[in-house]
Design a protein around this ligand. Sequence first.
Ligand SMILES: Nc1ncnc2c1ncn2[C@@H]1O[C@H](COP(=O)(O)OP(=O)(O)OP(=O)(O)O)[C@@H](O)[C@H]1O
Length: 263
Amino acid sequence: MGKIIAVSNQKGGVGKSTTVVNLAAVFGLKGKKVLIVDFDPQGNTTTSFGIKKKSIRNTVFDVIFEECSIFEAVVPTSCRGVSVVPTTQDLSGASVSLVNEKDRAMKLRNALIPAKEFYDYIFIDCPPTLDMLTINALAAADSVLIPLQCEFLSLEGLVELHNTINRVKVSFNPDLDIEGILFTMCVERYKITGQIISEVKKHFAKEVFETTIPRNVALSEAPSFGEPAIYYDKKAKGSKAYENLAKEIAKREKKKAAKNKEK
Ligand SMILES: Nc1ncnc2c1ncn2[C@@H]1O[C@H](COP(=O)(O)OP(=O)(O)OP(=O)(O)O)[C@@H](O)[C@H]1O
């Protein structure tokens, strides 16, 4: 059974899409079967793979409103092992349309059940909101990865996200785990970077990934070439950082599996 990781932070521009695209590409290159669900109406993840909006037949909107199956919306990419369920701007109206639906928080979870059998990892790129779309993503996920920009700290924002995660655990998904907090766009020489990391560690030490993602030009340039940074510039610091993150996630999974075996 595959693992579903929601990449979420209600703050915009913190590196959610960048993390989804690059982590998925690294796992794909390691021989894993990876699906990305682009659940952000802006569709940056969809375009980061060079998928043209005009060429899209079915989107994640059609999937959650049961117009098609998840497999009918899957678009292969040119990256080894990676496919995308694309999105378009239509998704921005979904939160409102979902209000009248039965099981409205469980739409994505139900749709992903057959995909879990087929893929090793499913990444959900969440919108920068805590609305019904994000609730759907958290209800569907096994874990949440929280990117946090190293240049600006909103502890209140982080607490608010944890509160939402806890509410989803109580109401829809008791097994939801925190995959980790990932610092993104770090510039080591900036004093603020160290200050933010130590402040977050004071409150959420166990959740923070050892790997941090540097501010790196390859990470910001690659999407306009329609490919992940590891394809665009394999040697770039940003590409290496996402390779390290994938290793750290795999290591944490092994540790967790060993612990569960002991029980
Ligand atoms: N480590 C990095 N170094 C340099 N640029 C980065 C890095 N991470 C992200 N960026 C750039 O910052 C911008 C925002 O990143 P991204 O789209 O991944 O954030 P997001 O959280 O998904 O945004 P939104 O909430 O709007 O969906 C993009 O232009 C991206 O290319």
